[in-house]
Write a protein that binds this ligand. Structure first.
Ligand SMILES: O=c1ccn([C@H]2C[C@H](O)[C@@H](COP(=O)(O)OP(=O)(O)OP(=O)(O)O)O2)c(=O)[nH]1
Ligand SMILES: [Mg+2]
Length: 152
């Protein structure tokens, strides 16, 4: 295991008694985060699921909120804004926006693992405005210009 980065976290009243997000295995990229509420997502519905957690991510990092593949594959439950962005200066409650793309209502119980959180380094850009850009092999080609989805 590599060194971990300390992240200050506080539980809101409705987060009392819940597990903090945690890595399911030693090499996991994401920490599973649990719901702080009971809610049922009707087919097509979306909801910002409470986690009962607020945090102070160190400067130079973000947290990405990503779906769990098992929920996506088995139930069509995903995170429409994936990866959700938690800014280092955000002190409100972390919420997981979820959408039900499946055909059945999907019940979420308090304590259920709904998504995963990835702590990632962030580099901020400083624009350098110029009149023209250097030439490259690709140039302005994009959106399938190299051959679409056929064989390599
Ligand atoms: O899945 C998410 C995405 C965002 N947030 C919180 C933390 C984040 O720092 C803040 C703003 O998110 P974002 O920048 O994605 O939303 P916005 O629509 O641009 O809102 P804002 O104007 O507040 O930045 O909302 C969540 O709790 N969950
Ligand atoms: Mg924003």
């Amino acid at each position: 295991m590599t060194d971990r980065v300390a992240v200050r976290v506080t539980r809101l009243p409705h987060g009392e008694g819940l597990d903090l997000p945690r890595y399911a295995t030693g090499g996991a990229a994401g920490m599973d985060v649990v719901s702080a509420e009971d809610v049922t997502l009707a087919p097509g519905a979306r909801h910002a699921v409470a986690t009962g957690l607020a945090m102070a991510i160190p400067a130079g990092y973000e947290i990405q909120v990503r779906p769990r593949s098992g929920l996506a594959l088995k139930h069509g439950i995903t995170v429409p804004n994936t990866p959700g962005t938690i800014d280092s200066d955000y002190r409100g409650e972390l919420k997981v926006i979820m959408i039900n793309h499946g055909a059945e209502p999907f019940p979420i119980a308090r304590g259920d693992r709904v998504a995963q959180l990835v702590l990632a380094p962030v580099t901020q850009a400083a624009w350098e405005e110029v009149d023209s850009l250097d030439e490259t092999e690709r140039g302005a080609g994009g959106f399938g210009s190299t051959g679409g989805h056929g064989k390599l």
